[in-house]
Design a binder for this molecule. Sequence first.
Ligand code: PSU
Ligand code: MN
Length: 312
Amino acid sequence: MPGNTLHQYLEIAPEVAAAIAAGDPVVALESTIISHGMPYPKNVQTAAAVEAAVRQCGALPATIAVLDGRLKVGLSADEIQTIGELGRGAVKCSRRDLPFVVAGNKTGATTVAATMIIAAMAGIRVFATGGIGGVHRGVEETMDVSADLEELARTNVAVVCAGIKSVLDIGRTLEYLETKGVPVIAYGTDSLPAFYVPSSGFRAEYRADSPAEVATAMKIKWDMGLDGGLVITVPIPDEHALNKDEIDTVIDDAGAEMHRQGITGKDTTPFLLASIAERTGGRSLEANIQLVINNARFASALAVAFSDLKRI
Ligand code: PSU
Ligand code: MN
């Protein structure tokens, strides 16, 4: 691929490149969750645990970031350590940021949107994370709609997450995804999961009970030329879930504090995650870690099923 203008900025780790070329299962992982989503050193430990879970489940992990201006697919342990130590010192890169971070030879962590872009460039179709961005509460005032949703509308990657977090406006996020033609699938449940809690109370439009079912829908969608992503929501395991009423109160308080401090734009999600972790004495962070590992396991099974389908 070198020489191709699209790919001259891309650097794929040899092990990952070989797996992609062979059609073997690969799972993309984002890096903003490491730099901005969790504190050091738990962020680095979690990233390692997530990669290990992917390998255990028969797929190859490919954590994605921008390092010194290079779009990197498949970070080494040292590179993950760098992103983890940088924390909020890394540029949080979404679609709009990529050209400038690359042009400036900077180091940036990729959001769901930017990770999807780079995964698709590399030929990876399955991506695991904790939560996606969405329509924020108070959108009538702020117009804060995550670029993740627009990316899901256009880029062919299946994103496995733990549902829509209630720091967001869940109903409006679902409306937006419907308008943009993005399927939202709940795994093994009829109710849409809501990140820290297994159920949001919103009905999921599509339910799947096996990775193969989701893989088939992915293949058919893209065979038909229906570009864009899919959101597969996996409920947090009961033993790691938080209490719904408690977390709702905490989220309300964190949101109110954010308004008092005048925090807006790309700082919103990191502020809310940190504030919620503080207000729950770290229990939300523990839940977050567990749900990401759980998502990575499902995503690996999905990557295996999708890879099997392509071989038929
Ligand atoms: N949700 C989480 N943890 C995270 C994020 C979202 O529970 O770390 C990160 C992801 O990288 C996501 C980004 O793509 O926040 C969304 O940011 P924004 O709302 O600024 O688009
Ligand atoms: Mn935003």
